[in-house]
Design a protein around this ligand. Sequence first.
Ligand code: AMP
Ligand code: ZN
Length: 465
Amino acid sequence: MKLFNTFSRSMEDFKPMDGKEVKMYCCGPTVYSYAHVGNLRAYIGQDVLKKTLLRAGFKVKHVMNVTDVGHLTSDADSGEDKMLRAAEREKKNVIDLARGYEAKFFEDEQALRITRPDIVCRATEHIPDMIAFIERLEKLGFAYKAGGNVYFDTAKYPSYGALARTDIKNLKHGSRVAEDAHKRNPTDFVLWFTTSKFENQILQWDSPWGKGYPGWHIECSVMSTKYLGERIDIHCGGIDHIPIHHENERAQSECCLGHKWVETWVHNDFLQLKDMKMSKSDGNIITIDVLKQKGYDPLAFRYLCLTAHYRSPLAFSFDILDGAQNAYDNLRARVVDLRKKDEPADPARVDKIVRRFDECLFNDVGTPQALSVMWDALKDVATSAGTKLAALQRMDEVLDLGTDTFREQRHALDAETEALIAQRALARQNKDWKKSDEIRDALLAKGIVINDLPGGKFSVEKAGN
Ligand code: AMP
Ligand code: ZN
């Protein structure tokens, strides 16, 4: 399998360090608002990468953090505290706000068939680990105290800037980060805020440096080391994280651990709303709920994301999403038609299609090419319906477009009902019976009856039909 490594800016043969299990860390959401479709593009990309690695025969241990403290409106240490500002706006306490948006995030992920990471870890639940990590950095001479805060001294890490290829020597104070007179170097960053910038910061903890709270970057170094060990195979995030957040994570981790930390850095490009980047802090956000309200299937958005390579920018507009919804509906219609035909599968032919499909994915997760293989196979008049369906089933183990749930009746149902049916199927797969029953009741209230059949299958009827 080949993967593009941002660090080397080249395609590399990928193998997990221990030959078996891929240790994969992904920077998770800052839960001060709804995830927007741009954020979700990042997580769809990571989900398909993970499913591709599984297809390639590797085990994967996937860890993702949830940022519920310490992230300021600038990724460097300036601006307001994102959580605090949102809590004030919504008149909630910070933890209730964080837990609410976290739950919503996983609901959106479920609607997009993104598999929950093996470990999801919250920053606020790892404060003692962060303090220990900072103490170690301090003991090793990489941290200094100034103006009450604890800073990382980037001058002590000669490799600083190597990931983003930033010309550090020519950086002037103030050109990259807002001026902070306490910083020895413009790229230095806060590990621990003690003289809180925010008088009303509610989340504060005792520490050897006084009562305060962690800087944003430290949580990823700490939690990845705790759950994945000192070396990780793949670290993911959006390209916006390369110059500050990931550069800072690298600096802390490599200085604290004393060796290389990440083998392969994987970064997705942005989902772009017209010519702007979509950002939660700009209030310029489109969420999965907005898509549902407008009648789109969340999985049509997943489909849209797969039509572009994860390292290419992807333009977003409702016209573009209409195109993806049409293609997705077309896929559904074809699958429903194929199911009506009683034609056997040819296993050798199925293998051949799936091999071609896998080759695309094993080449830096080439989803656009993989989708072409899928469509070529579905359209091929010389291929039997049975072969097409068997190949599609295997292809969809990685794409996860929910083709196994396509049924004829779906045409007559609205997008919200469709989404509920898909969520219930997923809840049952995850053995979340409570949620599955809740969704069944919600469907019943809409006049939709679900009959469960053996083998995880089910039928859908409109009440009274
Ligand atoms: P945040 O919750 O802001 O920390 O962002 C969560 C993830 O979404 C990070 O990996 C970001 O790099 C990524 N991200 C943010 N905006 C976009 C966008 N417009 N397109 C793609 N990825 C994004
Ligand atoms: Zn991170």
